[in-house]
Design a protein around this ligand. Sequence first.
Ligand code: PMP
Ligand code: GLN
Length: 378
Amino acid sequence: IQSKLPGVSTTIFTVMSKLAAEHQAINLSQGFPDYSCDPKLMELVDKAMKDGYNQYAPMPGAMALKEAIAGKVESLYKTKYNPDTEITVTAGGTQAIFTAIAAIINPGDEVIIFEPAYDSYAPTVKLFGGLVKTYELAPPNYEIDWDMVKKLFTANTRMIILNSPQNPTGSILSPADLQALIKLTKGTDILILSDEVYEHLVYDEQKHQSVMLYPELRERSFIIASFGKLLHATGWKLGYCLAPEKLTREFRKVHQFNVFSVNSPMQQAIANYISEPSNYNGITNFFQQKRDYFRSLLADSKFELLPCKGSYFQCASYGHISDEKDTDFSIRLLKEFGVATIPVSAFYQKATDHKIIRFCFAKEDSTLALAAEKLIKV
Ligand code: PMP
Ligand code: GLN
Protein backbone atom coordinates (compact mmCIF):
# COMPACT_ATOMS: atom_id res chain seq x y z
CA ILE A 1 0.00 0.00 0.00
CA GLN A 2 1.02 3.60 -0.47
CA SER A 3 2.09 4.91 2.94
CA LYS A 4 0.64 8.24 4.03
CA LEU A 5 3.75 8.71 6.18
CA PRO A 6 6.59 7.20 4.16
CA GLY A 7 9.42 8.67 6.24
CA VAL A 8 8.00 7.60 9.58
CA SER A 9 8.83 4.49 11.60
CA THR A 10 8.19 3.55 15.25
CA THR A 11 8.81 6.55 17.52
CA ILE A 12 12.14 6.87 19.28
CA PHE A 13 10.36 6.79 22.66
CA THR A 14 8.98 3.34 21.98
CA VAL A 15 12.29 2.13 20.60
CA MET A 16 14.42 3.38 23.51
CA SER A 17 12.07 2.29 26.29
CA LYS A 18 11.92 -1.19 24.77
CA LEU A 19 15.71 -1.37 24.44
CA ALA A 20 16.09 -0.11 28.02
CA ALA A 21 13.86 -2.91 29.28
CA GLU A 22 15.68 -5.53 27.19
CA HIS A 23 19.09 -4.45 28.50
CA GLN A 24 17.90 -3.58 32.02
CA ALA A 25 19.24 -0.09 31.55
CA ILE A 26 18.17 2.85 33.70
CA ASN A 27 15.53 4.52 31.59
CA LEU A 28 16.11 8.26 31.31
CA SER A 29 14.79 8.21 27.72
CA GLN A 30 11.00 8.42 27.39
CA GLY A 31 9.55 11.20 29.55
CA PHE A 32 7.65 9.64 32.43
CA PRO A 33 8.07 9.46 36.22
CA ASP A 34 9.37 6.23 37.79
CA TYR A 35 7.51 6.95 41.05
CA SER A 36 3.84 6.67 41.96
CA CYS A 37 1.28 9.39 41.56
CA ASP A 38 -0.52 10.57 44.72
CA PRO A 39 -2.41 7.70 46.43
CA LYS A 40 -5.12 10.24 47.26
CA LEU A 41 -5.71 10.67 43.55
CA MET A 42 -5.96 6.92 42.99
CA GLU A 43 -8.50 6.70 45.80
CA LEU A 44 -10.56 9.37 44.09
CA VAL A 45 -10.62 7.25 40.90
CA ASP A 46 -11.76 4.26 42.94
CA LYS A 47 -14.48 6.37 44.53
CA ALA A 48 -15.65 7.71 41.15
CA MET A 49 -15.99 4.18 39.80
CA LYS A 50 -17.94 3.11 42.87
CA ASP A 51 -20.11 6.23 42.53
CA GLY A 52 -21.12 4.98 39.11
CA TYR A 53 -19.06 7.06 36.69
CA ASN A 54 -18.48 4.12 34.38
CA GLN A 55 -20.34 5.05 31.21
CA TYR A 56 -19.62 7.64 28.51
CA ALA A 57 -18.63 11.05 29.79
CA PRO A 58 -20.17 14.03 27.97
CA MET A 59 -18.47 14.55 24.58
CA PRO A 60 -16.58 17.79 25.48
CA GLY A 61 -15.69 16.56 28.97
CA ALA A 62 -17.32 16.23 32.39
CA MET A 63 -18.68 19.58 33.55
CA ALA A 64 -17.04 19.16 36.98
CA LEU A 65 -13.64 18.81 35.33
CA LYS A 66 -14.15 21.65 32.85
CA GLU A 67 -15.15 23.89 35.76
CA ALA A 68 -12.13 22.80 37.78
CA ILE A 69 -9.88 23.55 34.77
CA ALA A 70 -11.49 26.98 34.38
CA GLY A 71 -10.84 27.64 38.07
CA LYS A 72 -7.20 26.58 37.85
CA VAL A 73 -6.61 28.64 34.71
CA GLU A 74 -8.20 31.71 36.26
CA SER A 75 -6.21 31.47 39.47
CA LEU A 76 -2.92 30.95 37.61
CA TYR A 77 -3.31 33.32 34.66
CA LYS A 78 -6.10 35.69 35.75
CA THR A 79 -8.12 35.03 32.64
CA LYS A 80 -11.36 33.18 32.08
CA TYR A 81 -12.18 30.29 29.74
CA ASN A 82 -15.83 29.32 29.49
CA PRO A 83 -16.27 25.62 30.45
CA ASP A 84 -19.27 25.29 28.10
CA THR A 85 -17.75 26.71 24.98
CA GLU A 86 -13.97 27.03 25.33
CA ILE A 87 -12.65 23.96 27.19
CA THR A 88 -12.52 20.40 25.82
CA VAL A 89 -11.17 17.42 27.75
CA THR A 90 -8.99 15.16 25.61
CA ALA A 91 -7.16 11.85 25.69
CA GLY A 92 -3.87 13.52 26.59
CA GLY A 93 -1.94 16.27 24.88
CA THR A 94 -1.23 14.15 21.83
CA GLN A 95 -4.87 13.70 20.91
CA ALA A 96 -5.51 17.40 21.46
CA ILE A 97 -2.66 18.31 19.11
CA PHE A 98 -3.89 15.83 16.52
CA THR A 99 -7.46 17.09 16.75
CA ALA A 100 -6.55 20.76 16.45
CA ILE A 101 -4.43 20.09 13.38
CA ALA A 102 -7.09 17.84 11.84
CA ALA A 103 -9.73 20.51 12.41
CA ILE A 104 -7.76 23.30 10.75
CA ILE A 105 -5.24 22.05 8.21
CA ASN A 106 -6.24 21.56 4.57
CA PRO A 107 -4.02 20.28 1.76
CA GLY A 108 -1.46 22.95 0.86
CA ASP A 109 -1.73 24.85 4.15
CA GLU A 110 1.65 25.69 5.64
CA VAL A 111 2.51 25.16 9.29
CA ILE A 112 5.59 26.65 10.95
CA ILE A 113 7.35 24.53 13.55
CA PHE A 114 10.52 25.12 15.57
CA GLU A 115 13.03 22.29 15.48
CA PRO A 116 14.10 20.30 17.42
CA ALA A 117 10.36 19.67 17.91
CA TYR A 118 8.16 17.15 19.66
CA ASP A 119 7.83 14.31 17.22
CA SER A 120 4.07 14.28 16.67
CA TYR A 121 3.72 17.73 15.08
CA ALA A 122 5.15 17.25 11.60
CA PRO A 123 3.62 13.82 10.82
CA THR A 124 0.20 15.02 11.95
CA VAL A 125 0.38 18.10 9.73
CA LYS A 126 1.42 15.92 6.79
CA LEU A 127 -1.43 13.45 7.35
CA PHE A 128 -3.84 16.24 6.51
CA GLY A 129 -1.93 17.42 3.45
CA GLY A 130 -0.24 20.32 5.22
CA LEU A 131 3.28 21.47 4.45
CA VAL A 132 5.75 21.85 7.30
CA LYS A 133 7.96 24.96 7.26
CA THR A 134 10.81 24.56 9.68
CA TYR A 135 12.68 27.13 11.72
CA GLU A 136 15.83 25.58 13.08
CA LEU A 137 16.76 26.59 16.63
CA ALA A 138 20.48 26.68 17.36
CA PRO A 139 22.07 25.11 20.43
CA PRO A 140 22.91 25.82 23.17
CA ASN A 141 20.23 28.47 23.80
CA TYR A 142 17.70 27.61 21.10
CA GLU A 143 16.50 31.20 20.79
CA ILE A 144 14.18 32.51 18.10
CA ASP A 145 15.05 35.31 15.70
CA TRP A 146 11.56 36.44 14.75
CA ASP A 147 12.73 38.34 11.67
CA MET A 148 13.86 34.99 10.33
CA VAL A 149 10.52 33.41 11.25
CA LYS A 150 8.81 36.13 9.25
CA LYS A 151 10.71 35.00 6.19
CA LEU A 152 8.88 31.67 6.39
CA PHE A 153 5.48 33.38 6.06
CA THR A 154 3.61 32.99 2.77
CA ALA A 155 -0.01 33.50 1.71
CA ASN A 156 -0.57 29.84 2.67
CA THR A 157 0.73 30.07 6.25
CA ARG A 158 -2.12 28.74 8.36
CA MET A 159 -0.64 27.80 11.72
CA ILE A 160 2.39 28.25 13.98
CA ILE A 161 3.13 25.56 16.56
CA LEU A 162 4.74 26.81 19.77
CA ASN A 163 6.03 24.66 22.60
CA SER A 164 7.14 26.39 25.80
CA PRO A 165 8.72 25.03 27.92
CA GLN A 166 10.16 23.13 25.01
CA ASN A 167 10.69 19.44 24.60
CA PRO A 168 13.52 18.49 24.16
CA THR A 169 15.60 21.64 24.69
CA GLY A 170 14.20 22.95 27.98
CA SER A 171 14.07 26.46 26.52
CA ILE A 172 11.20 28.82 27.30
CA LEU A 173 9.57 31.72 25.49
CA SER A 174 10.02 35.20 26.98
CA PRO A 175 7.56 38.10 26.98
CA ALA A 176 9.66 39.64 24.18
CA ASP A 177 9.11 36.50 22.08
CA LEU A 178 5.37 36.75 22.49
CA GLN A 179 5.38 40.48 21.73
CA ALA A 180 7.28 39.73 18.54
CA LEU A 181 4.72 37.08 17.64
CA ILE A 182 1.86 39.53 18.22
CA LYS A 183 3.46 41.94 15.77
CA LEU A 184 4.14 39.23 13.23
CA THR A 185 0.63 37.79 13.22
CA LYS A 186 -1.26 41.08 13.42
CA GLY A 187 -3.65 41.47 10.49
CA THR A 188 -3.24 37.82 9.43
CA ASP A 189 -5.57 34.87 9.99
CA ILE A 190 -2.73 32.63 11.15
CA LEU A 191 -3.68 30.35 14.04
CA ILE A 192 -1.43 29.25 16.90
CA LEU A 193 -1.20 25.81 18.43
CA SER A 194 0.51 26.40 21.75
CA ASP A 195 1.71 23.18 23.35
CA GLU A 196 1.99 24.13 27.02
CA VAL A 197 2.07 20.65 28.54
CA TYR A 198 5.08 21.68 30.70
CA GLU A 199 3.44 24.94 31.88
CA HIS A 200 4.29 24.25 35.55
CA LEU A 201 7.88 23.26 34.89
CA VAL A 202 9.44 26.72 34.56
CA TYR A 203 12.40 27.30 36.86
CA ASP A 204 14.52 30.00 38.47
CA GLU A 205 11.61 32.31 39.33
CA GLN A 206 10.66 32.77 35.69
CA LYS A 207 6.95 32.96 34.88
CA HIS A 208 5.39 30.70 32.27
CA GLN A 209 4.42 32.85 29.28
CA SER A 210 1.16 31.28 28.24
CA VAL A 211 -0.28 32.71 25.03
CA MET A 212 -3.50 33.23 26.99
CA LEU A 213 -1.83 36.14 28.82
CA TYR A 214 -1.79 38.06 25.53
CA PRO A 215 -5.31 38.81 24.18
CA GLU A 216 -4.06 39.24 20.60
CA LEU A 217 -2.60 35.71 20.73
CA ARG A 218 -5.27 34.09 22.83
CA GLU A 219 -7.96 34.86 20.25
CA ARG A 220 -6.09 32.85 17.61
CA SER A 221 -4.79 30.02 19.81
CA PHE A 222 -5.46 26.43 20.72
CA ILE A 223 -3.69 25.82 24.05
CA ILE A 224 -2.79 22.24 24.89
CA ALA A 225 -2.32 20.87 28.42
CA SER A 226 -1.67 17.38 29.82
CA PHE A 227 -2.70 15.89 33.16
CA GLY A 228 -0.01 13.28 32.56
CA LYS A 229 2.59 15.91 33.44
CA LEU A 230 0.64 17.73 36.13
CA LEU A 231 -0.32 14.60 38.06
CA HIS A 232 2.75 12.41 37.42
CA ALA A 233 0.45 9.98 35.61
CA THR A 234 1.43 9.88 31.93
CA GLY A 235 -0.36 6.54 31.50
CA TRP A 236 -3.75 8.06 32.21
CA LYS A 237 -3.69 9.92 28.89
CA LEU A 238 -5.85 12.85 29.90
CA GLY A 239 -5.45 16.47 28.93
CA TYR A 240 -7.39 19.38 27.55
CA CYS A 241 -7.59 22.06 24.91
CA LEU A 242 -8.45 25.70 25.59
CA ALA A 243 -9.56 27.80 22.65
CA PRO A 244 -11.98 30.63 21.89
CA GLU A 245 -15.49 29.51 21.01
CA LYS A 246 -15.12 29.70 17.23
CA LEU A 247 -12.03 27.48 17.35
CA THR A 248 -13.45 25.13 20.00
CA ARG A 249 -16.50 24.57 17.79
CA GLU A 250 -14.25 23.26 15.00
CA PHE A 251 -12.10 21.31 17.46
CA ARG A 252 -15.12 19.49 18.88
CA LYS A 253 -16.46 18.61 15.42
CA VAL A 254 -13.34 16.47 15.02
CA HIS A 255 -13.00 15.38 18.65
CA GLN A 256 -16.45 13.78 18.63
CA PHE A 257 -15.46 11.48 15.77
CA ASN A 258 -11.94 10.93 17.00
CA VAL A 259 -12.60 9.64 20.53
CA PHE A 260 -16.09 11.06 21.18
CA SER A 261 -15.32 11.39 24.90
CA VAL A 262 -12.60 10.32 27.32
CA ASN A 263 -12.23 8.27 30.52
CA SER A 264 -15.11 9.11 32.83
CA PRO A 265 -14.03 8.10 36.38
CA MET A 266 -10.63 9.71 35.99
CA GLN A 267 -12.25 12.97 34.91
CA GLN A 268 -14.28 13.00 38.13
CA ALA A 269 -11.23 12.17 40.22
CA ILE A 270 -9.08 14.85 38.60
CA ALA A 271 -11.88 17.41 38.98
CA ASN A 272 -11.90 16.77 42.73
CA TYR A 273 -8.16 16.66 43.02
CA ILE A 274 -7.24 19.86 41.15
CA SER A 275 -9.97 21.85 42.85
CA GLU A 276 -7.47 21.92 45.72
CA PRO A 277 -4.43 23.87 44.38
CA SER A 278 -2.19 22.57 47.18
CA ASN A 279 -2.41 19.21 45.39
CA TYR A 280 -0.30 20.50 42.51
CA ASN A 281 1.36 23.78 43.33
CA GLY A 282 4.51 22.19 44.71
CA ILE A 283 5.32 20.71 41.31
CA THR A 284 7.62 23.52 40.13
CA ASN A 285 9.92 23.23 43.16
CA PHE A 286 9.75 19.47 43.04
CA PHE A 287 11.14 19.36 39.51
CA GLN A 288 13.52 22.28 39.97
CA GLN A 289 15.16 20.31 42.79
CA LYS A 290 15.42 17.29 40.53
CA ARG A 291 16.97 19.39 37.79
CA ASP A 292 19.50 20.90 40.20
CA TYR A 293 20.29 17.52 41.71
CA PHE A 294 20.79 15.84 38.34
CA ARG A 295 22.95 18.70 37.07
CA SER A 296 25.07 18.60 40.21
CA LEU A 297 25.54 14.84 39.83
CA LEU A 298 26.80 15.32 36.27
CA ALA A 299 28.93 18.39 37.00
CA ASP A 300 32.11 16.30 37.11
CA SER A 301 31.20 14.10 34.14
CA LYS A 302 32.52 14.67 30.64
CA PHE A 303 29.08 15.69 29.41
CA GLU A 304 28.53 19.35 28.68
CA LEU A 305 25.17 20.31 30.10
CA LEU A 306 23.04 22.70 28.10
CA PRO A 307 20.83 25.26 29.88
CA CYS A 308 17.54 23.88 31.21
CA LYS A 309 15.04 26.64 31.98
CA GLY A 310 11.98 24.42 31.94
CA SER A 311 10.45 20.97 31.20
CA TYR A 312 11.75 17.76 32.77
CA PHE A 313 14.45 17.24 30.21
CA GLN A 314 18.15 17.94 30.44
CA CYS A 315 20.12 18.04 27.20
CA ALA A 316 23.83 17.34 27.08
CA SER A 317 26.47 17.61 24.41
CA TYR A 318 28.97 14.77 24.01
CA GLY A 319 30.78 16.06 20.91
CA HIS A 320 34.12 16.29 22.72
CA ILE A 321 33.75 12.69 24.01
CA SER A 322 32.93 10.97 20.74
CA ASP A 323 32.18 11.76 17.12
CA GLU A 324 29.63 8.97 16.80
CA LYS A 325 26.19 9.89 15.45
CA ASP A 326 23.84 10.67 18.32
CA THR A 327 21.72 7.57 17.66
CA ASP A 328 24.82 5.36 17.73
CA PHE A 329 26.14 7.10 20.83
CA SER A 330 22.90 6.75 22.78
CA ILE A 331 22.59 3.07 21.87
CA ARG A 332 26.17 2.48 23.00
CA LEU A 333 25.46 4.41 26.20
CA LEU A 334 22.51 2.12 26.79
CA LYS A 335 24.28 -1.12 26.03
CA GLU A 336 27.74 -0.41 27.48
CA PHE A 337 26.94 1.92 30.36
CA GLY A 338 23.34 0.96 31.14
CA VAL A 339 21.63 4.34 30.74
CA ALA A 340 18.91 4.98 28.15
CA THR A 341 18.59 8.48 26.65
CA ILE A 342 17.03 10.07 23.58
CA PRO A 343 19.22 11.23 20.67
CA VAL A 344 18.06 14.75 19.82
CA SER A 345 18.27 14.05 16.07
CA ALA A 346 14.91 12.28 16.57
CA PHE A 347 13.33 15.71 16.94
CA TYR A 348 14.28 16.84 13.43
CA GLN A 349 12.74 15.84 10.12
CA LYS A 350 15.93 15.99 8.10
CA ALA A 351 19.21 14.46 9.26
CA THR A 352 20.56 16.88 11.88
CA ASP A 353 23.16 15.80 14.37
CA HIS A 354 24.48 18.31 16.90
CA LYS A 355 25.79 15.46 19.09
CA ILE A 356 23.29 16.14 21.83
CA ILE A 357 21.28 13.64 23.87
CA ARG A 358 18.29 14.19 26.14
CA PHE A 359 17.92 12.88 29.69
CA CYS A 360 14.57 12.81 31.51
CA PHE A 361 14.97 13.74 35.18
CA ALA A 362 11.38 12.97 36.28
CA LYS A 363 12.82 10.12 38.32
CA GLU A 364 13.43 9.15 41.94
CA ASP A 365 16.59 10.80 43.27
CA SER A 366 17.99 7.30 43.79
CA THR A 367 17.45 6.53 40.07
CA LEU A 368 19.21 9.75 39.10
CA ALA A 369 22.10 8.96 41.44
CA LEU A 370 22.48 5.46 40.04
CA ALA A 371 22.39 6.76 36.47
CA ALA A 372 24.97 9.42 37.29
CA GLU A 373 27.34 6.81 38.74
CA LYS A 374 27.29 5.15 35.34
CA LEU A 375 27.44 8.37 33.33
CA ILE A 376 30.50 9.58 35.24
CA LYS A 377 32.39 6.63 33.76
CA VAL A 378 31.73 7.69 30.15
N1 PMP B 1 3.67 17.72 23.88
C1 PMP B 1 4.90 17.57 24.37
C2 PMP B 1 5.89 18.64 24.16
C3 PMP B 1 5.22 16.40 25.07
O1 PMP B 1 6.45 16.24 25.54
C4 PMP B 1 4.24 15.40 25.23
C5 PMP B 1 4.52 14.09 25.90
N2 PMP B 1 5.28 14.04 26.92
C6 PMP B 1 2.97 15.63 24.73
C7 PMP B 1 2.72 16.79 24.04
C8 PMP B 1 1.90 14.61 24.85
O2 PMP B 1 1.26 14.60 26.06
P1 PMP B 1 0.34 13.37 26.47
O3 PMP B 1 1.24 12.35 27.06
O4 PMP B 1 -0.62 13.96 27.44
O5 PMP B 1 -0.34 12.89 25.23
N1 GLN C 1 6.56 13.16 25.59
C1 GLN C 1 7.35 12.09 26.08
C2 GLN C 1 8.81 12.36 25.78
O1 GLN C 1 9.15 13.29 25.13
C3 GLN C 1 7.00 10.77 25.47
C4 GLN C 1 5.75 10.65 24.75
C5 GLN C 1 5.69 9.42 23.93
O2 GLN C 1 6.22 8.38 24.31
N2 GLN C 1 5.07 9.52 22.82
O3 GLN C 1 9.62 11.60 26.22
